[in-house]
Design a protein around this ligand. Structure first.
Ligand SMILES: [Zn+2]
Ligand SMILES: [Zn+2]
Ligand SMILES: [Zn+2]
Length: 164
C-alpha cells in the first residue's frame, strides 16, 4: 500500500477543519503508515526527529489527534495519561490484554464476547457504535519472574518494558 487513500482521507478531513496537508503533517502520516504495532507519541517523535527537519513534539501530538479524528488511527488509553496509537482498519477489530507489570499488549478477538456486548447494548436499548474491551493482568513472563517484582513495578507510575 502506498498510503494514497489515507493521504486523500486525511486531506479531506483537514479541509473540513480549515487546515492544510503541510509537509510535516504528510511526513507524520507517511511514518505512521509504516508502523505495524502500537506506538506512543514519544516513540513516533523520536523516529521522526532523526530525518524530519524542524519537527516539534507539539506538531506530532497535534497531528496524532487529527489522525484519530480523521478515523485513520485508533487511540488507546491503556495506562493513565499514556496513550498508544495503532492504525485503524489495519486489521480486523480486536481487543486488548494489557500486562500491568511490563505494559506488554496482547491482541485478541473472541466472537462470544463480541456477541455478548451487542446483546448487553440491545438489552439497554442502545445501538452499539463501537466498543473497547481491555483486560488488565499479569503476563506469563512477569508471572514467571515472580510476584515481588510485579508488585514493585505496578506501584510505579510507568512500568518499564522488558528488553526483547
Ligand atoms: Zn471487541
Ligand atoms: Zn508482563
Ligand atoms: Zn491493537
Amino acid at each position: 500500500m502506498d498510503g494514497g487513500d489515507e493521504a486523500d482521507t486525511f486531506q479531506r478531513f483537514l479541509r473540513t477543519q480549515g487546515l492544510k496537508l503541510t509537509s510535516q503533517r504528510g511526513a507524520i502520516l507517511e511514518r505512521v503508515l509504516t508502523i505495524r504495532k502500537h506506538f506512543s507519541a514519544e516513540e513516533l517523535f523520536e523516529s521522526l526527529r532523526a530525518d524530519t527537519q524542524g519537527i516539534s513534539k507539539a506538531t506530532v501530538y497535534r497531528t496524532l489527534a487529527l489522525l484519530v479524528q480523521a478515523g485513520l488511527l485508533d487511540e488507546h488509553d491503556f495506562e493513565r495519561g499514556h496513550k498508544l496509537y495503532e492504525r485503524a482498519g489495519n486489521h480486523a477489530h480486536h481487543d486488548h490484554l494489557i500486562c500491568v507489570s511490563c505494559s506488554r499488549i496482547v491482541e485478541f478477538h473472541n466472537d462470544e464476547i463480541e456477541a455478548l456486548q451487542e446483546q448487553v447494548a440491545r438489552e439497554h436499548a442502545f445501538e452499539m457504535v463501537s466498543h473497547t474491551h481491555q483486560i488488565f493482568g499479569v503476563c506469563p513472563r512477569c508471572k514467571r519472574e515472580g510476584g515481588s517484582r510485579q508488585r514493585r513495578a505496578a506501584s510505579r507510575p510507568r512500568a518499564p518494558t522488558h528488553p526483547s
